[in-house]
Design a protein around this ligand. Structure first.
Ligand code: BGC
Length: 447
């Protein structure tokens, strides 16, 4: 099948360090907030740890071979802060820097552009102990870490993601406690928005000073739908849209926070030139998209002013009603973002994908459901481009089945099946589909 994607459109796939690497106790790695989180009784549905996960720290070459076999333009992977600065400050851990340097060399030798993320949700516990993202100083510490990494890799890596999905860190890490560090501050979590965006801006400056050419962050965006066409549901949907999407997009794209006070929230802890720095910090705008969110007005005894409910009338992924499938929502959100922000920089879809129930043991998986999901969302991207949105790249989450955070090994997102008992990797039908799609687009580009 041919999708109407423009010449030069890039195809990528992603993983993240804590979800694939394992080897949590080697080469001087420090503890991260996820090491603490996963030890809490009942925190992880299957009681698993992220060790060995895909054992990728010991065998990066097998992941690189799979990335190269797809013909990817870029491979999005992440670097663990707790490996580089075990105590969250000070000199870089040379053994860990060498490791990531080797990953970069393997990718370059295989013809795949390395596209690292500096922060995919795991911070050294020493930084969290000082307040984590509630503390403004974390922004400067993050920039120090970014400087160490670019100093080592910047001769070969010129494209960088700073933070992955600050919205999930705020909403699930600090507001509800579903992800590390497991804080339950509800709206008390809001300062973590500003401190993360400031950290992104400070890291942008450090990476640029180290010669980086293309720097951005990747926001998780959802398309928010009111359950009923009533004032109450529309107001609830508006509030959710503010705290999931717009409080992250508007400072980056317009240099201003949306009017939070009119919704009853405290103002952001903004100082002097923060907003100018945040606004000047994007070469591209990264978007991770998985599903729409349907919102209704809050139940009378609820501590939060909206309720999230299943999206009626659409299929779902392995997460059930929590993860509805609606590709048109991706098109609608891209078109809406461009309408709100005519100066939108080039967009990169940094993650998109789905989990489905699949066997644990090694074997070929005929995942037509994943192929349908990915095809639908790529078609939505093509429609958004047709409508005038400059989307340059699409990234599948994930190259490999991996450790799905609080869901442990129970949700499989990979183009490649991983048997977590033996480490065996088996490309799924979706792997072949993506490889062929990329090859076909390359042929068309060459014509
Ligand atoms: C995260 C990934 C995660 C994926 C599926 C994204 O929000 O960046 O780490 O595995 O969603 O849940």
């Amino acid at each position: 099948m041919t999708l109407a994607l423009p010449p030069g459109f890039r195809f990528s796939a992603a993983t993240s360090a804590f979800q694939i690497e394992g080897s949590r106790d080697v080469d001087g790695r420090g503890r991260s907030i996820w090491d603490d989180f996963l030890e809490a009784p009942g925190a992880i549905v299957d009681g698993s740890t992220a060790d060995p996960a895909c054992d990728s720290y010991r065998h990066p070459e097998s992941d690189v071979a799979l990335a190269a076999g797809l013909g990817l333009d870029r491979y999005r992977f992440s670097i663990q802060w707790a490996r580089i600065q075990p105590e969250g400050r000070g000199r870089g851990n040379l053994v860990a820097l060498d490791h990531y340097s080797r990953v970069v060399d393997l990718l370059l030798d295989a013809g795949v552009t390395p596209f690292p993320t500096l922060y995919h949700w795991e911070m050294p516990v020493a930084v969290e102990a000082d307040g984590g993202w509630l503390n403004r100083d974390t922004a400067a510490r993050f920039a120090e870490y970014a400087a160490l990494v670019v100093e080592r890799l910047g001769d070969r890596v010129s494209h960088w993601y700073t933070l992955n999905e600050p919205a999930m860190t705020t909403l699930q890490g600090y507001a509800t406690g579903a992800l590390a560090p497991g804080r339950q501050l509800l709206f008390g979590a809001l300062p973590t928005v500003h401190h993360q965006l400031l950290a992104h801006a400070a890291a942008f400056e450090a990476l640029r000073a180290g010669g980086a050419q293309q720097i951005g962050l990747v926001n998780n965006h959802t398309w928010v739908l009111p359950l009923h066409d009533t004032d109450a549901d529309r107001a609830a949907a508006h509030m959710y849209d503010m705290i999931h999407n717009r409080v992250f997009s508007e400072p980056l794209l317009d240099g201003m926070y949306p009017d939070l006070e009119s919704l009853g929230f405290p103002p952001m802890p903004v100082q002097a030139d923060d907003m100018a720095r945040i606004r000047a910090s994007l070469d591209f705008y990264g978007i991770n998209f998985y599903n729409p969110t349907t919102v209704t007005s809050a139940a009378p005894d609820s501590p939060i002013p909206f309720g999230i409910v299943p999206t009626p009338g659409v299929p779902v992924t392995g997460f059930g009603a929590e993860w509805p499938i609606m590709p048109s929502a991706l098109r609608d959100l891209l078109v809406d973002l461009k309408r709100r922000h005519p100066q939108l920089p080039p967009v990169i879809i940094g993650e998109n994908g789905a989990s489905f129930p699949e066997p644990a043991t090694a074997g070929r998986v005929d995942d037509q459901n994943r192929i349908d999901y990915l095809t639908g969302h790529l078609a939505a991207v093509a429609e958004a481009i047709e409508a005038g949105v400059d989307v340059e790249e699409y990234t599948v989450w994930s190259l490999l089945d991996n450790w799905e955070w609080a869901d442990g090994y129970t949700q499989r997102f990979g183009l490649v099946h991983v048997d977590f008992e033996t480490g065996e990797r088996t490309p799924k039908a979706s792997y072949d589909w993506y490889r062929d799609l990329i090859a076909q687009h390359r042929e068309e580009d060459a014509r």
